[in-house]
Design a protein around this ligand. Structure first.
Ligand code: ZN
Length: 307
């Protein structure tokens, strides 16, 4: 009996940590496991035994392991945030044909994007918003889908509306776009009506500075202007709060003075180009993401082995 409970506690601990079961499930199971493990210690029969000292000595290791596991198990079952597992935040840029551009931008064809989204859909992934991610990271009750994914698009290209928007819509998914404030309404970039239409369909828009500079190469005043003005201008254009920031080129995410500006500008969180999945204890001013390669076979590997 003891062995079964120990096995259950250990298995639960492993499964929760590996993100294979919902932590809420273990919150129900662990109290029973703990009571089961501690029950023998409370029974009269246990203490009435003449050979109590010998029993305790013989079972010392088992008792220590049982109490330790129950404590760890209870603790992990209760303190885990609703994320439980780490959440992938994907990065895309352009979905379509890339004509002339000032700097190289990862671009994939609509057909390739459709393949990747169809794969995620078939695997049971459901898109979430940055609010949902942050609520979960902050341990607030959040209704995350079983397999959450946040799909982000940097720069605010018009092909996000023309190509990515309909594809995601077909899969009942939505995305998050980080807009370069100066770019809005330009021929290759999203227009305000397009942004509003996407917002109405559940898309979220964040800021990606005013002019897409390398923030650490600017004077402090200019960097501050880029970060705060982007928020103000976009909020005025869109008529909604802009709560999320994304560093152009990932530059500034580990720079204390740039981070301070981002925090003081009133952003709830900022996304970097640091590679990885987002979990608890995450750096809110440099959330990790997974840049999906524009080389199809690399993207194929990423979606199967990183997520
Ligand atoms: Zn960018």
């Amino acid at each position: 009996m003891m062995a079964v409970l120990l096995l259950l506690a250990a298995a639960g601990f492993f499964l929760v940590n590996a993100g294979l079961v919902n932590p809420n499930f273990m919150r129900v199971v662990y109290p029973f496991v703990a009571v089961g493990l501690l029950l023998p210690l409370l029974s009269r029969e246990f203490y009435n035994r003449r050979d109590l000292a010998a029993t305790l000595k013989r079972r010392r290791v088992l008792i220590i392991v049982a109490v330790g596991l129950a404590a760890v198990g209870l603790n992990s079952g209760y303190s885990f945030s609703p994320v439980g597992r780490r959440v992938p935040v994907l990065v895309y840029h352009r979905v379509g044909k890339a004509p002339h551009q000032d700097y190289p931008v990862p671009t994939i064809s609509p057909a390739e994007f459709e393949r990747e989204i169809a794969y995620l859909d078939a695997q049971g992934y459901r898109t979430i918003t940055p609010d949902q991610l942050l609520d979960a990271l902050e341990g607030r009750p959040a209704h995350l889908p079983r397999k959450p994914v946040l799909i982000t698009f940097d720069d605010g290209w018009r092909d996000n509306y023309l190509n990515a928007f309909p594809i995601l819509k077909r899969h009942h998914m939505s995305g998050t776009v980080f807009l370069v404030a100066d770019g809005v309404n330009h021929t290759q970039r999203l227009s305000i009506p397009q942004i509003k239409e996407m917002s109405a369909a559940g898309w979220v828009f964040g800021a990606h500075t005013v002019s897409h500079p390398h923030l650490t190469e600017l004077k402090a005043g200019s960097a501050q202007w880029e970060i705060t003005q982007a928020k103000e201008r976009l909020e005025e254009m869109l008529g909604t709060p802009v709560l999320y920031f994304c560093y152009p080129y990932g530059d500034g995410a580990s720079n204390p003075s740039i981070r301070k500006i981002v925090a003081e500008a009133g952003y709830r969180a900022a996304f970097s180009t640091r590679f990885g999945l987002s979990g608890e204890q995450e750096d809110r001013l440099a959330l990790k993401r997974v840049l999906i390669s524009d080389t199809p076979w690399l993207a194929w590997l990423e979606l199967r082995f990183v997520l």
